[in-house]
Design a binder for this molecule. Sequence first.
Ligand code: TRP
Ligand code: ZN
Length: 902
Amino acid sequence: MRTDTPVTIQRQDYTPYPYAIPDVTLAFDLDPADTRVRLTMHIARQADAAAGAPLVLNGESLSLESISVDGRPLAETEYQLNASTLTLLDLPDVAEIEIVSHCKPDANSTLMGLYVSGGSFFTQCEAEGFRRITWFADRPDVMSRYRVIVRAPKTYAHLLSNGNLIASRDIDAERHEAIWEDPFPKPCYLFALVAGTFTKRECTTQTQSGRSVLLQVYSDPGSENRTQWALESLERALKWDEVRFGLELDLDRFMIVAVRDFNMGAMENKGLNVFNAAYVLADPHTATDTNYEAIESVIGHEYFHNWTGNRVTCRDWFQLSLKEGLTVFRDQEFSADMMAADMDDAAAVSARAVKRIDDVVTLRAAQFPEDSGPMAHPIRPESFQEIGNFYTATVYDKGAEVIRMQHTLLGEAGFRAGMDEYFRRHDGQAVTCDDFVDAMESVYRTQHPKRNFDVFRRWYRQAGTPRVAVTLDYDATARRCTVTLAQHCAPVGVEKRMQPAAEKLPFHIPVSIGLLDRTGAPLKLSFEGGEHDTVVLELTEARQQWTFENIDAQPVPSLLRDFSAPVVIDYAWQEDELALLSAHDTNPFARWEAGQELASRQILAVAAQHATGTQAALSDAFVAAWRALLSDTALDAAYQARALALPSEKTLAERMSPIDPPALAAARDAVRDMLGRTLRPDWQAAWDRSQTPGDYSPAPVPAGKRALKNLALTYLLAGGDAAAADAARAQYANADNMTDSLAALGALVSYAGDDARTQTALDAFYTRWAEDPLVVDKWFALQATARTTTVDTMRTLMQHPAFTLRNPNRARALIFQFCLNNARGLHRADGVGYAFWAEQVLALNAINPEIAARLARALDSWARFTPALRDPMQHALTSIRAHPGLSRNVQEIVSKALDLAA
Ligand code: TRP
Ligand code: ZN
């Protein structure tokens, strides 16, 4: 394994490529052991580049057969070749270059470039995988038209690439050929090739302009009954982008191919999306409600990239959030609209709130810790060593929040006008985040002639989660309420090391608020010439005040409604105020938040009580609030399931200093147990009323019922209800769908694990699904996160014949689930958990650096943990850094953790 010397790339160092490469022809002779690639391209020197400027091409793990310029083969002395570049000097201003190279797909375990999975060929080129296929200008601002010739044995029945199929023919009795042309110029990261024998499901549909387009989903033979949901989701995505954004599919044919070995969720290659099979295949017996939802969301995401990513792409990889933040925002809105489809207004508001809650839960669990740790970076990073490490929660999810704030500031119609302007200006270009904000700002300025986005742009430059402190001053005589907002954002990550220390400027924060009277009724707020229940305060300075008149009594504030900005609110609510909000807030998101705040305080209090040896108890206000939520049958079940779920350990850890994960896990369990016991009849009632007889449907209403039913089951079991264990066993035995089956098994493993029948059920589950990798992943994941699982259990599970580190889904199911989501198993003062983690990071480092680096991030925040854990964590990180042959990916993560965490 090669050791890379880390080189830090700076955003400010961007320079344009000196040549245009208008067209590319690629000819592949596919062979798993030795694939031959012939690249032919025309180059033309850019007007502002120096004559004879060197043509530097990237290449990795390739062997060179020949190079020629304008038909003349080059001698070895006429080019410079090193491990990562091929440089041609003294070229004419225009030239045709041909390069023939070879690569070894079946030896490629990185899953970047051209590789073999399940006997078929697949490519993954984003961000820098194309250089493993051929020498090329592997950067997103070089856009070319591609013609692709694929030749392979006929045992690979389908030969696919981007765009339109131009011709196909038999070469001889054994081999055949297909020729594809993509009419749209694209960066090489959007190139794709797939060759294999698949089953396919397809349909044709009409676009809004009346064109007929072919939609296809390819997957492994035998999975033909599991692709209906994916194809339907794709059709819904097409329609949605037309209706909401006026954006139409620009190709005659759009293909999705499912693959088992894949580093991430999916990839938006032009006209040929490649998907992790986990985000394509679903039937009721093998996929959960959550899987169905994720499939629809990822299919939407990749499809929406066709405009936000492909038609308008990134100038350089520092601009990644330009396409990812925007496309996540679009997929979130798509899912919200699908969840609210065919509902009346009130139900639709609640359904959309459920989606918002889920997205905010993810943001807080994954992005907030990132933003306070050693890898903290702005959504548009200033520097990186390995771009693969910057496909982060910050770039994706906080990036989506930054787009959402622009949507909030402009309104739906204004945002749409801004999007139209963005495409009018930049269709067919590779652009920057600033270009996007410019388009949005042009609309904002027409709405508010005196305002601009100068301050707003700081969201792209500064890292960290701002805190907004809120104070309310009520003047009874004047019947006036003054709201003061003060923001602060401490330097984080590399900002702390800047000399002089990075000075952070105020952010432009839209803070959506309402006020309730003491009966819980909403107050009308006079603001900008109207009367409103909700107002958006635009905080752009360190501290600002707003005054509301005609307020009869001290109000209760409902703050950051719909999570209008990715910030933390500091406000000293009394418990009874939170209870009031939890019972009455008309904003369902803020209502959920109030209940979660009560629960967070409760769990943290129990953790503190345990630490001092005090007997823990639940506060009356908390129990009353949760009983009220649980018995409010006017709420829909999906919403109730979110409102009654305990905040995650990861979210709670952000409020604990120093962090003590086992103590937190124990406190959270104790609160669940007490709630299960105290509210037993209410859980039972919820369980009874949430049954979903009849055929399974993944639709939001029945899925919501299953979520509530299974949550109630967990609380009942946790509370020691013996009948609940029988109910769980019955549900497991009789379930006709994976959601109920897995929930029952999970509850049994967590709360009835010492019963021999639980192990029997686990064994039976494996036996039944042994042939189905996606279900076997669930089986591994369930055990990896079980409360009783230790490092020893893990070592036994790794001996299981079905386990392999080479398949990322399997590694994620077992290793990542344990290291990221099993606090008790991992966080031990004797360090065995961390030693296990380090061992797996190194094992993966040799196979797949991208995946290894993701696992390496598990100990990012080590410096914030209790001293007893901090030392063994640091030791494990140090042992990785000392390892020879570390990939650039892992090296960057571990070095930043050790150097920047404290
Ligand atoms: N661009 C893809 C998306 O967001 C994700 C992606 C980036 C990816 N790099 C990857 C997928 C590497 C697989 C492997 O949809
Ligand atoms: Zn994406």
